[in-house]
Design a protein around this ligand. Structure first.
Ligand code: DGL
Length: 290
């Protein structure tokens, strides 16, 4: 939705938009921020309507379009759909609605899993119920390698555990053991953490499935593909940021649809810093806020 007349010189200086159903996408923001220190970001967490992982296709599509239209209205050069559930269910609709490049997390995570595995890859995917039901990861993995053997399972309790920062509690270890038993039995080469929150529980997941299973963080894989796309399109920001960038510094703008204080607290837990610019908005305000 950027004006087509905008010169590439100007477009390159625009921020990258990121949206998630809530706080989990901060793991994707962190990956993008670390990978692309010259870029700045506009993040929308739809905290009023989280979780998406238990909702229907029609609802997730509607929310995802509203989020995308809001971010496009802020003036961005590219949109990252950090939420796995929205990436799995709504990417085609988003692409058809906004005239911008859109990168989700499913394709990058799937391709990375194939790339780090052998010629007959055995890949496990863990994600929300809606992402697993959509079969989007399996389809993307098979597109990259038809011979792949795949198991997929939902681990819904990992989301609240990550938000509570229960990263190494006995309860978390016992839930991980129960959820991941099928993964251990399947003995995959790689395991895709197909939900924004799961990288927070990386250590407990790794310990449960064993050190020889390669864990794939879809957010990190997405950051690599975003970097490549910006380069290919000549959209890398040419303005070098002076000094060292910090996560959540005032070059990045965060919006939430509810409970900004809680978002700030969880951001501090996830990233070690509270957003310098954090605003609560109502998505109905989309058009008036250009
Ligand atoms: N952000 C969601 C995802 O990556 C997890 C939380 C939710 O269910 O909304 O699928």
């Amino acid at each position: 939705m950027n004006s087509p007349e905008l010169s590439n010189d100007l477009r390159r200086t625009l921020p990258i938009g990121i949206f998630d159903s809530g706080v989990g996408g901060l793991t994707v923001y962190r990956a993008l921020h670390n990978r692309l220190p010259n870029e700045h970001f506009v993040y929308l967490g739809d905290t009023a309507r989280v979780p998406y992982g238990t909702k229907s296709l029609a609802t997730v599509e509607r929310y995802a379009i509203e989020n995308s239209v809001f971010l496009a209205s802020r003036g961005i050069k590219l949109l990252v759909v950090a939420c796995n559930t929205a990436s799995a269910l709504a990417l085609p609709k988003i692409r058809a609605t906004i005239g911008l490049d859109v990168v989700g997390v499913i394709g990058p995570g799937a391709r990375k899993a194939v790339a780090v595995s052998g010629p007959q890859p055995r890949i496990a995917v863990i994600a929300t119920e809606a992402t697993i039901q959509s079969d989007a990861y399996a389809a993307s993995i098979r597109q990259a390698c038809e011979a792949a053997e795949i198991i997929q399972l939902a681990c819904p309790l990992f989301v609240p555990l990550a938000e509570e920062n229960w990263t190494d509690e006995p309860e978390t270890r016992s839930i991980a053991k129960r959820y991941l038993k099928r993964v251990v039995d399947f003995a995959p080469e790689s395991l895709v953490m197909g939900c924004t929150h799961y990288p927070i529980l990386r250590n407990v997941i790794q310990k449960t499935v064993g050190a020889n299973v390669k864990l794939i963080d879809s957010g990190e894989a997405c950051a690599d593909e975003v970097a490549a796309l910006l380069k290919e399109k000549g959209l890398e920001n040419p303005r070098e940021v002076e000094g060292k960038r910090r996560l959540c510094d005032d070059l990045d703008h965060f919006y939430v649809t509810d409970a900004a204080d809680r978002f700030g607290r969880v951001a501090e837990r996830f990233l070690g810093a509270k957003p310098a610019k954090l605003e609560a908005i109502e998505l109905g305000e989309v058009d008036s806020r250009r």
